[in-house]
Design a binder for this molecule. Sequence first.
Ligand code: AMP
Ligand code: ZN
Length: 504
Amino acid sequence: MTIRFYNTLSSQVEEFTPVEAGKVRMYSCGPTVYDFAHIGNFRSFLFADLIRRFLELTGLDVEHVMNITDVGHMTDDAVADGAGEDKMQVAAQRLKEDKKSGKVPEGAIENPDDPYQVARYYTEAFLEDARLLGLKVAFEARENILHATEQIGPMQEMIARLIDRGHAYVGGDGVVYYSVESFPEYGHLSGNTLDHLQSGAGGRVSDADQAAKKHPADFMLWKPDSHHIMKWDSPWGTGYPGWHIECSAMALKRFGVDTIDIHTGGEDLIFPHHECEIAQSCGATGADSFARFWMHARFLLVEGEKMSKSQGNFFTVRDVLEGRVTGRPVHPAVLRYELLKSHYRSNMNFTVKGLQDSAGAVKRLQDFRTKCEDASGGEVAEVGNSHPVISEFISALSDDLNMSGALAAVLPWAAESPSDPAEALGVLREINSVLAVAPIDLELSETSGAGDSDPDVQSLCRQLDEARANKDYSSADELRQKIIDMGYNVHTGREGTTAERLLA
Ligand code: AMP
Ligand code: ZN
């Protein structure tokens, strides 16, 4: 079987094989934690999860790493040079208003002026949402979710290496910039040229910018700023890193290789973020390639417009699950299915009708499962990937993640009465390892947030609340991870912490 994926770098569908046989290293750009993630963001995250789960089904061992951007993502992110304000600091201002108006729950963020508290609150919220939606990497938060603020050392090492190798310089304003002219391949991913970028920068380039930089497209690696709240000492002054260097440094450090197999994100990250990541990573290592496959999800749209925080036309995962969009609660599996069912390289329009169709499909799979379980007495047969339904499912996904083909292999089959229910359960288990919408002990009618009665889990929840009350966040994190490792999602709200059993 040949796996073929569309590679943004070559603008072609290519055969996918990992650098190291049997093992895939995949990095995904994660959320900027200055607000709740919206379902457009989750379209991109679940797209990465789909790649991972599908490759695992084919027998590959996938190491999936995602970052949390908790510093350095500037408001003017459509241009490369790091202009604007740090989104985390802007969030602090917004939160002060939200706190006054009661939009942020009492006690959730004690001090909105502290971007660390803001980041912690939204990181936890992201991980909760991610686990509800079955994003597998969120269950491995300790090893594979990397926080930018905890990886400043590797970023500084990389900046120093880039300066040594002639790819970076300290500008006239003291900021460390990457010199795009030092990297001839700059622009290959996005189809930009330096001439185009130079003229495109046009009126935006002030005299001060001109004096500071060698080329208008040079972008920030380190910004000395002693007034910035999140700041670290460095050879280039106390300050903070640029958003692009974060991902390059974290990916290379975490994987310990120069070339990874897959890098994912939403389509808006192609330029400048991923273009800059390539320049930095290859500039620092000297390798020809940073990621062999660059894969991007097209946008989720609302009424034809990109769903985005800056445009304010967004629904958070909570809005949808808690019924604020459709008037009734939506099961997480339904939202997961909805966000996965269209091909990742087509824009997807979010509609209530689409959600209703997804609810029908998920219900069919769950009903089929129940029917098989009743008939087989719970016996699940081992089935291999050569089973016709699994084989058709895999072959569709091997064709650049052809999801509608994959679902067409499964849904009609799940509408029939199974001749061998134990075998059908075996097939469903394999299919569901990718779809993750029909776990055995989640009832379709059940919504998120149900408390769990396991006394051990409850006691851990109380210990977690105590640790938080004592501001002992590292113990709180350890306890949280312990509960997650026991197979639960953890939610910390106004009334304290509750845990809910989940199957990843
Ligand atoms: P951010 O939290 O802004 O850093 O974005 C996190 C991820 O969501 C990135 O991969 C973005 O490309 C992606 N993203 C943002 N808006 C959308 C959207 N409307 N549809 C799909 N992906 C999106
Ligand atoms: Zn990134």
